[in-house]
Design a protein around this ligand. Structure first.
Ligand code: PLP
Length: 399
């Protein structure tokens, strides 16, 4: 008999995946254009032109066995070098190529980081609402997820709750800014307070505490929003970065994890990253895409379409009377479920072929996540359905 825990994980798809599959079957019945699928975070903006041009160039000019051959386990030194230089240029850091470990995206970066840091029974603090896979990743690494809430007014971190949640068993804190699912970005002031609390806890408990910064949405910010670079506040930091959203390449599985050069016992921590990568079978990230990054590491997909979608959806739903968190980044709108029951509201929305993700699976009840990485046309055409939904749950348009 196979491992029961794994059977359970495999048999119970995530709520998001379930909804996505439901959407596919529903589209076959009522037609593609009549289902408004806001369930999944698949980028709708094409990768920058330079990405495809570079891939074609690599395929046409590089010798096949070298192009597709293994790189060293942590990645090609040239790509690790340009990434370290990119971080240092943008954030004034001192990262070395040997601080970078190439991965199959942020998910792999997170599992590697957690396996590298945790001992059986260690606690990992996560701010709700959070990416549901954190629980799976933490538990697989032998840890226990401890949830801290967000401030209701702006979805910044609940700092008092954070202080209370820290204990001798804490090993790490995961920070995800811009956040999936709320779109909130942690401000400089909050980052400073949060890291001061953590430094104080390190002294109190006499041990190193790590921040794992989950940053697949770093480049997806709107207006003049700035995303603080956590290493500039706290040295025991591991950054889990991904090109899934910034380059619109989620299916290609490419990203990295980097240990802050000034982290305590940096060499040992990086060795543990390499060890965890080895133990999990995450060595030699996709080489074609590693080589692509040598040229394209500083490219970003044109996120202006997401900014437009955000304004359309936030404006449209607010006008209908829905209460929404104003997102500064990522591509999700977090909407209060009228009546407070997100599961029931999600089912009601389905009656109008609106696929919205109930927030319970993000560790916080009472909201819906609306992924606006869809076409502008989908948003415009969905508005009558949202209007019917508003009427069905008895909320009235703003005067
Ligand atoms: N972390 C968060 C917050 C995410 O939203 C996602 C994907 O949607 C991931 C990690 C995983 O990203 P990747 O595709 O780079 O593995």
């Amino acid at each position: 008999m196979a491992n029961e825990k794994m059977i359970a994980l495999g048999e119970n798809r995530s709520v998001i995946r379930d909804l996505f599959e439901y959407g596919l079957s529903r589209k076959k019945i009522v037609g593609e254009e009549n289902v408004f699928d806001f369930s999944i975070g698949n980028p709708s903006i094409p990768a920058p032109k330079k990405v495809n041009d570079t891939l074609i160039h690599l395929l046409e000019t590089e010798e096949s066995t070298a192009l597709h051959g293994y790189s060293s386990a942590p990645g090609d030194m040239r790509v690790r070098t340009v990434i370290a230089e990119n971080i240092n240029r943008r954030f004034g850091r001192n990262q070395a190529p040997s601080d970078i470990y190439m991965t199959c995206g942020a998910a792999a970066s997170l599992t590697i980081s957690l396996h590298a840091l945790l001992h059986e029974g260690d606690e990992v603090i996560v701010f709700a609402p959070f990416f549901p896979e954190y629980k799976v990743f933490i538990e697989k690494a032998g840890g226990k997820l401890v949830t801290v809430g967000a401030r209701e007014e702006d979805f910044g971190p609940d700092l008092e709750g954070f202080k209370a949640a820290l204990s001798e068993k804490t090993a790490a804190v995961i920070i995800n800014s811009p956040n999936n699912p709320s779109g909130a970005v942690i401000s400089h002031e909050d980052m400073k307070k949060l890291t001061d609390i953590l430094k104080d806890a390190e002294k109190r408990f006499g041990k190193d505490l790590f921040i794992i910064a989950d940053e697949p949405y770093r480049e997806l910010v709107y207006g003049d929003t700035e995303v603080p670079y956590i290493m500039n506040y706290y040295e025991n930091t591991l950054v889990c970065y991904s090109y899934s959203k910034s380059l619109s390449l989620p299916g290609e599985r490419i990203g990295y994890v980097t240990v802050c050069h000034e982290a305590k016992d940096r060499d040992k921590v990086f060795a543990a990253i390499c060890g965890a990568g080895r133990a999990l079978g995450f060595v030699c990230a996709p080489v074609l895409f590693q080589k692509l990054l040598i040229t394209c590491h500083d490219q970003v997909a044109d996120v202006s379409a997401y900014a437009k979608n955000r304004d359309l959806l936030f404006g449209g739903l607010s006008e209908l009377g829905f209460e929404c968190v104003h997102p500064d980044g990522a591509f999700y709108l977090f909407v209060k479920a009228p009546g407070g029951d997100d599961a029931a509201f999600g089912e009601l929305a389905k009656q109008f072929d609106l696929l919205l993700v109930p927030s319970a699976s993000f560790g916080l009840k009472g909201y819906m996540r609306v992924a606006y990485c869809v076409s502008e046309d989908t948003i415009r055409r969905s508005m009558p359905a949202f209007k019917k939904l508003a009427e069905a749950c008895g909320i009235s348009p703003k005067a």
